[in-house]
Design a protein around this ligand. Structure first.
Ligand code: NAD
Ligand code: TYD
Length: 358
């Protein structure tokens, strides 16, 4: 089996669902279930014996060691993190706890586990660390996109904590020979994204006729990737990536925030006509402190070496995403009301300790 950390979050749950749709190999899903973890995302596999959920904190090294010894995974895909830049500005401590110390604890547990493997199990084991393009800092309008050789220049507590974890992963490869793979991915969007992030927040507010807050003048640029494409890239890297390497993953979709929000408004207006265009709800608000101007990813290495390219354009991906949110307004309502947290007790409470089957 493979072990996934943070598999109840946005990208992790998409990854678990994709994995079980594409392969028969079981997944051990280890997640602390912070506000961002939502087992309702995994309702489709709640009865699937190939999905084993364990509520645990990656900072708990002894628990990680026990899980590794008990389940003997052949690979780990490490998503678990605090992931929201604005939250990191208001309260950086949780980002240091989970992203830095948590990754460190996990690496320590994995180092011991890997040292105890032998033969093929040892040679083929992989630790895939899921990171972000934000570690490279901010680009000016004329600068080329980030490559794997771009210098680290993180600007927010979030990106600094992810950069620290990347450095630890690099050191565990270099010093201990742990077969690591690191990915730096651009902004994801798609089903199950928590409505604190730009795209789901704007969809939810637009449907409620509420203001659509744009930081600053709305001209900051992000490179958007549909989450299903990210999952496909991770599967491919796990299969054929070279240990010790970093792979940048991006969608070649640079957009200003204003463009993104206008596109969402236009799709909603066409699907559910309103008395006036939802573009009128756009409200410019005070900028985020230290707001990175532009991110852009050069994804040629993963295409050249591993043959991965995104399947969705921004146009197709954003339409799929808006439609998903239109079809799952109950999911958004439950997240916003906090009702999703009852799902754990309702659905997993009876299945044994730690909210899961393990
Ligand atoms: P998310 O916030 O939606 O989910 C994070 C998950 O990790 C949640 O289920 C949460 O309960 C779990 N978690 C948090 N702390 C934990 C801990 N101490 N122990 C165990 N589980 C814990 O995040 P996401 O957007 O799905 O991002 C997943 C990963 O991908 C993160 O590492 C993030 O840095 C990276 N990433 C995200 C994006 C993006 O656009 N969202 C882009 C590039 C990289
Ligand atoms: P976000 O989804 O928080 O991702 P990140 O900061 O990791 O890129 O934000 C995407 C962009 O949208 C970013 O430039 C900040 C901006 N933004 C707004 O303008 N308004 C908002 O309400 C939010 C949440 C983000």
């Amino acid at each position: 089996m493979i072990l996934v950390t943070g598999g109840a979050g946005f990208i992790g749950s998409n990854f678990v669902l994709d994995w079980l749709a594409c392969s028969d190999e079981p997944v051990l899903n280890v997640d602390k279930l912070t506000y961002a973890g939502n087992l309702a995302n995994l309702a489709a596999v709640a009865q699937d014996p190939r999905h084993v959920f364990v509520q645990a904190d990656i900072c708990d090294q002894a628990a990680m060691q026990r899980l590794l010894a008990q389940h003997a995974p052949r690979a780990i895909v490490h998503f678990a993190a605090e992931s929201h830049v604005d939250r990191s500005i208001h309260g950086p401590a949780a980002f240091i706890d989970t992203n830095v110390n948590g990754t460190f604890s996990l690496l320590e547990a994995v180092r011991t586990y890997h040292a105890g493997l032998s033969g093929t199990a040892r040679d083929t084991f992989r630790f895939l660390h899921v990171s972000t393009d934000e570690v490279y800092g901010s680009l000016a309008a004329h600068e080329p996109p980030f490559t794997e050789r771009s210098p680290y220049a993180p600007n927010s507590p979030y990106s600094a904590s992810k950069a620290a974890s990347d450095h630890l992963v690099r050191a565990y490869h270099h010093t201990y020979g742990l077969p690591t793979l690191t990915t730096s991915c651009s902004n994801n969007y798609g089903p199950f994204q928590f409505p604190e992030k730009l795209i789901p927040l704007v969809i939810a507010n637009a449907l409620d006729g509420k203001p659509l807050p744009l930081y600053g003048d709305g001209s900051n640029v992000r490179d958007w990737l549909y989450v299903g494409d990210h999952c496909a890239a991770l599967r491919r890297i796990l299969e054929a990536g070279r240990p010790g390497e970093t792979y940048n993953i991006g969608g070649w979709n640079e957009k200003t925030n204003l463009d993104v929000v206008h596109t969402v408004c236009d799709i909603l207006d066409a699907a559910l006509p309103a008395p006036s265009s939802r573009r009128e709800l756009v409200t410019f608000v005070a900028d985020r402190p230290g707001h990175d101007r532009r991110y852009a990813i050069d994804a040629r290495k993963i295409e050249r070496e591993l043959g991965w390219k995104p399947a969705e354009s921004f146009d197709t991906g954003i339409r799929r995403t808006v439609q998903w949110y239109l079809d799952h307004q109950d999911w958004v309502a439950d997240v916003r009301s906090g009702a999703y947290q009852h799902w754990v007790r309702q659905n997993y409470g009876a299945r044994g300790a730690a909210g899961g089957a393990a």
